[in-house]
Design a protein around this ligand. Structure first.
Ligand SMILES: [Zn+2]
Length: 241
């Protein structure tokens, strides 16, 4: 079987037969890859914990007829240890890998920007660089922005009038802010702070985010934006409510 080498992050795993697992990975150069890890559930597996969720590894993969097979895995970064030791970080990491898994639908499609964003977010969680909910919220908004769904947060999507301060309306299907004159019935009124926080999440503007909890309105905007543009709910995110 032909072999290829790539680095990847484990998004999720599923049992296969007695001792094997199917590993879903986001790789740097081959996009999303599903591959079988043989014997990985045995206590003395040669893979150890290197193919658990949130792990980043250098991989040697054999191209199979139906599914690829992991031939070798060397750890690059063991994000899983510090992440699973902290409940909030673990919850945020689940939102992140679920978003990545749903967003990158085409397998073997090159998605370097998505890959860099993913390892940046998991690395930040493992280092406790910022509040876990901020890291996952920012990851979700930025991953969707890379995919082409970035909300317009500085001006009205209808008239283009600049928004500076005060309550404003937000329409998920229309893609951003709406002024009081143009807002449509499905838009919602949002406080200025929620717009500022949402913009900081999209831009990864940590000085704006650090030290303040996200407003419930901000959290709801992230959830609804993700659900609408991914065309399905994020199970791990709804569990946070
Ligand atoms: Zn307007």
């Amino acid at each position: 079987m032909p072999l290829y080498r790539d680095e990847g992050v484990v998004l999720r795993t599923a049992k296969l037969g007695e001792a094997d697992r199917i590993i879903t990975l986001l790789t740097k150069a081959h996009g999303k890859v599903r591959a079988v890890a043989k014997g990985v559930r045995r206590t003395k597996s040669r893979f150890g914990a290197r193919l658990e969720p949130f792990m980043r590894a250098d991989l040697l993969i054999a191209t199979g007829h139906s599914l690829d097979v992991v031939s070798q895995a060397d750890s690059i970064a063991a994000y899983a240890g510090p992440i699973t030791a902290d409940y909030d970080a673990y919850t945020a990491a689940n939102v992140i890998v679920e978003t990545s898994d749903k967003l990158v639908t085409a397998e073997n499609e090159r998605t370097v920007a998505q890959y860099r964003l993913l390892i940046g977010a998991l690395n930040a969680l493992a280092r406790h660089a910022h509040a876990p909910a901020h890291i996952s919220g920012s990851y979700v908004m930025r991953a969707l922005a890379i995919a082409g769904w970035e909300p317009r947060l500085t001006s009205c999507v209808v008239c283009g009038g600049r928004w500076d301060a005060g309550d404003v309306f937000f329409s998920i299907p229309a893609g951003g802010l709406m002024c009081a004159r143009d807002h449509t019935p499905e838009s919602r009124r949002v406080p200025a702070v929620a717009v500022t926080q949402l913009r900081a999440l999209v831009e990864g503007d940590w000085p704006v985010l650090d030290g303040h909890d996200l407003m419930p309105e901000t959290v709801r905007l992230v959830e609804d934006w993700a659900e609408y543009y991914l065309e399905r709910p994020l199970r791990s995110m709804r569990l946070l409510d």
